[in-house]
Design a protein around this ligand. Structure first.
Ligand SMILES: C[S@@+](CC[C@H](N)C(=O)[O-])C[C@H]1O[C@@H](n2cnc3c(N)ncnc32)[C@H](O)[C@@H]1O
Length: 258
């Protein structure tokens, strides 16, 4: 196909904002007002709220929202008292966070960049990294785990959402029609497993390119980076035929040991 996935995905996510994709729609002013009173809830995966006891107290916390722009979580964290940096590839997605910050008088640091390269941040500069289901947009998640570990201080927490490998086995078009047809193998890549015609249709629909990682890459990758896993739950996409049979998403809590 001859394109870098990050180059394409930057454009694709900019266009998803224009298309109103669910993961590009910011929270409203009422949600920000509630968060200022301590009443907030966020997701790492499609539906289930992240347990509040997965978070340290947010007041004064240095928090990195990694590949998590779109105005859904970062402004809530800022309203609840955290010092928030949003690091994301898409200018339009960062623009959604900027719009909320300007509307509601919040301080957010917005950084345009690839999730695999956090070299602009010093070692140990964050207390919490919040990383929702976004590593399906890079071919290899290991650099993300390694960089998250490096920028967290000892004792710091990584909260991540990941897609289960099984989600990538099935023919996507047939799945949209409720049919479960096994077609692919893992690790999965839109660049390798789709036909030219299918990729062309993806590109025409401004869809980001996706990659399906194994559990060894997702959970083993966090452990290999040096993290200790301290929490895990499963979640489902409500309208997906496969999710009715198996939860296709995982959320993990991991700690950088002291
Ligand atoms: C599904 S959205 C996640 C954001 C959303 N706030 C959420 O709750 O899940 C995926 C995000 O990953 C970002 N992204 C995709 N590839 C990236 C990369 N290589 N580096 C950094 N961000 C990337 C997109 O711009 C988009 O904002």
């Amino acid at each position: 196909m001859g394109i870098d996935p990050a180059d394409w995905n930057r454009v694709a996510w900019d266009r998803q904002v224009a298309r109103g994709n669910r993961w590009t729609r910011p929270v409203d002013a009422a949600a920000i007002a509630a968060a200022r009173r301590g009443d907030w809830s966020v997701v790492l995966t499609p539906s289930k709220p992240v347990p509040r006891d997965w978070f340290p107290p947010l007041a004064g916390l240095e928090l990195l929202a990694l590949a998590s722009a779109g105005g859904q979580q970062a402004p809530l964290f800022a309203a609840a008292g955290a010092r928030v940096t949003v690091h994301d590839l898409s200018a339009a997605q960062l623009g959604q966070d900027r719009a909320v910050a300007e509307r509601d008088g919040l301080a957010l640091r917005l950084e345009s960049g690839d999730m695999r390269d956090l070299s602009r941040y010093r070692d140990g500069s964050f207390d919490l990294v919040f990383h929702p289901c976004s590593n399906a947009f890079v071919p290899d998640p290991q650099p993300v785990w390694n960089e998250a570990f490096r920028v967290l201080r000892p004792g710091g927490v990584l909260l991540a959402g990941v897609t289960q490998p099984v989600r990538f086995l099935f023919d996507e078009k047939r799945l949209e029609q409720g049919e479960l047809v096994v077609r692919h193998s893992l690790p999965y890549s839109d660049l390798v497993h789709l036909t030219e015609a299918e990729r062309a249709a993806f590109v025409a629909a401004d869809e980001p390119l996706c990659f399906g990682h194994t559990l060894e890459q997702q959970l083993g990758g966090q452990l290999a980076a040096g993290f200790v896993l301290t929490g895990l739950y499963e979640d489902r996409e409500p309208d997906c035929a496969l999710d009715r049979r198996i939860a296709c998403y995982l959320a993990t809590r991991a700690v950088r040991p002291r």
